[in-house]
Design a protein around this ligand. Sequence first.
Ligand SMILES: Nc1ncnc2c1ncn2[C@@H]1O[C@H](COP(=O)(O)OP(=O)(O)OP(=O)(O)O)[C@@H](O)[C@H]1O
Ligand SMILES: [Mg+2]
Length: 298
Amino acid sequence: MDSEVERARILIEALPYIRKFNGQTMVIKYGGHAMVDDKLKKGFALDIILMKYVGLNPVVVHGGGPQIGEFLGKMSIKSNFVRGHRVTDEKTMDVVEMVLAGKVNKEIVATINQHGGQAVGLSGKDGHLITARKLQFVSGPETGDRFDNPPEIIDIGLVGEVVSVNDRIIKSLIDSGFIPVIAPVGVGKDNETYNINADLVAGHIASSLKARKLILLTDIEGVLGRDGNLITSLTAEDANHMIADGSIKEGMIPKLQCSLEALKGGVEKVHVIDGRKEHSLLLEIFTDRGVGTEIVPN
Ligand SMILES: Nc1ncnc2c1ncn2[C@@H]1O[C@H](COP(=O)(O)OP(=O)(O)OP(=O)(O)O)[C@@H](O)[C@H]1O
Ligand SMILES: [Mg+2]
């Protein structure tokens, strides 16, 4: 086929998806390597802008683990992780908020805007977006403890969980043509600040907005089985089993938990995709090629 026809064919291939997803909200969790590498950062910004201009409503929720780690390192503040959550004291929380809501959030907003989009950054504190409470952690097999140890409450500090999402500010931004970019910081009832895993925030926001899809970009091909092979499709029930039997560990735990939460909340499909591959987001949405793992209701 001559190359011009081939180029036109590629555009036409996207047409059914553009039609199907017109006016639909897609929540994208942006994290890992795609947030660090310059080429991938630009690729991500372009994918989001294209989604917006062809009539979808992308909403970005970002992480920032490595960036927080880097700043904590510079300030010689040490931290530990429990089940993918950073143990967060007050000093750590200050750095987390500065890095997430300040540096990382504004950098993503600026990159999208530099390439022709109109992004607006928010943290969970803006417009009462995310109300949070302290996450209560009880040790057990999932935390890596042995079954014969008595369960014990583990204090992980100012790590929060989402109590409620007030999505009015997101909706008004979408209605005005903006791309909301959200930092995963929440506020408690006594005005305390909480660090919340970005996957969990993305799941709650996707449910609240009744998003069509929740897409989680990460640093791995997708969800891997015990044999290390990529699982292309999972039901909610499979995902529950994989968490319970320990095949899912560390940072993948909140990803599957938030997927289950989002599916329960009415999101049609969740995708865990490889953010290390340029334009994986675009390929997932606008082509027949499934990338990574899709998680669907039972
Ligand atoms: N069964 C599994 N399949 C895939 N990844 C797994 C599995 N079990 C554990 N993991 C780990 O989960 C990691 C993904 O979560 P992680 O929190 O590290 O990344 P992220 O959420 O994309 O980035 P960030 O937290 O910085 O936003 C993988 O890189 C892998 O090491
Ligand atoms: Mg993570």
